[in-house]
Design a protein around this ligand. Structure first.
Ligand code: MG
Length: 379
């Protein structure tokens, strides 16, 4: 194991990447981008530790993929980096942006080999265009275009960030301390993914594999006298509603679990705990919309869903089309991909005794095909 820790910064909101998917969750073959980047670096050097900085939302799911150290980011790059540095004990730290997805192996080797040269080792490109500052042309021989990863002496970097000034990279913070910076040759292939237009400038990013992932959901709710009944987002004419912390929409709950199941994202209780007062009396339609947005932003598209409502009472058949329409709209799917089935329990068991309703749901997902963003089609 080496005396270098790797920090990968990916806490940004991806706001300039105009898509339903966050850029760090674009799938390359069958790995999200952030995981491909981490595995790429891991194969290049036996780092003392690999720390991934991301949003709290992402860190809920990232440990399901790989066993790295995950740190919640701050409001700025500097705050995120400070949070991560608190977990670094090694002498050196290599810091890169996850969005710089395709850093070539030889560039990383040049940076690591130079680690004794200065407090901060920085890959830089020379300028090929003519440059002006205000009205005056610059000597472009003296201009460096800075990239990441950058290698720093850990203690020096920690010290440099204790400044009120916001720096855009590690080298400028360290230079502000009066410490020496050493440049090594950068590489244009280490391009940063910022907007959709950058997608075809990243040679290591492969289209996602075509794979169907299936999820199953099941929910049961008992009846409660005098409560309005909502099922599949539709108001049902009934003397009883569902006993629940939320509005008790048993069909939507089963559907949410099917979607989360296919995405490998846990279950409804983890995401919307009934111990949380936020979800008291919650409109399940809002929870479904939130689930759809989570599933999409984490790299998936919904294929189809299929629900079976098991109810002795009320009669579901008159509402099936309306439920289909309502759910299709919430799922942003054409109606033919949202199937609703209803059956009685032949008077058997608790459903047969009209004590409650059971819903089974299945959903399929596939990876969001980001290549269609390049060709200018919309998703
Ligand atoms: Mg439920």
């Amino acid at each position: 194991m080496s005396n270098v820790t790797l920090i990968l910064l990916g806490a940004g909101s991806s706001s300039r990447f105009d898509s339903s998917v966050k850029k760090q969750w674009l799938y390359s073959t069958e790995q999200p981008l952030w995981l491909q980047v981490a595995r790429h670096f891991e194969a290049l050097h036996p780092f003392a530790k690999i720390i991934i900085v991301s949003s709290a939302e992402d860190i809920r799911f990232m440990p399901y993929f790989a066993d790295y150290t995950y740190v919640v980011g701050g409001d700025s790059r500097q705050a995120s980096l400070t949070n991560a540095l608190a977990k670094v004990q090694s002498r050196y730290v290599l810091v890169s942006d996850i969005a710089r997805a395709c850093v070539p192996a030889d560039m990383v080797a040049r940076i690591l080999a130079a680690k004794e040269e200065a407090a901060c080792i920085v890959p830089a490109l020379s300028a090929t265009d003519t440059l002006y500052m205000d009205d005056l042309p610059l000597d472009r021989e003296k201009v460096h275009i800075i990239q990441t990863p950058q290698l720093s002496v850990t203690e020096t970097l920690k010290k440099s960030l204790k400044s009120d000034k916001l720096f855009t990279d590690d080298s400028s913070a360290i230079a502000a301390l009066g410490e020496k910076i050493h440049f090594v040759e950068g590489d244009t292939r280490a391009h940063k993914l910022t907007t959709v237009a950058d997608l075809d400038k990243l040679p290591c990013l492969q289209p996602p594999v075509k794979r169907t992932m299936t999820g199953f959901g099941l929910d049961i709710h008992p009846f409660e006298l005098g409560k309005p009944m909502v099922l599949g987002g539709v108001a049902i004419d009934s003397e009883v509603g569902f006993k629940a912390h939320s509005d008790g929409d048993v069909a939507i709950h089963a559907l949410i679990d099917a979607l989360l199941g296919a995405a490998g994202m846990g279950d409804i209780g983890e995401l919307y705990p009934d111990t949380d007062a936020t979800y008291k009396g919650a409109d399940s339609k809002v929870l479904l919309q939130d689930t759809v947005s989570k599933v999409q932003s984490h790299g998936f598209e919904i294929g189809n869903v299929d629900l079976t409502i098991l109810a002795q009472a009320p009669r579901i058949n008159p509402y099936k089309l309306q439920i289909r329409k309502t759910l299709a709209s919430l799922l942003q799917l054409p109606m033919q991909r949202v199937n609703i089935k209803a059956t009685t329990a032949e008077k058997l068991g608790f459903v047969g005794r009209k004590e409650g309703v059971t819903v089974h749901a299945v959903a399929t997902l596939h990876y969001f095909d980001w290549t269609k963003l390049i060709s200018g089609q919309t998703s």
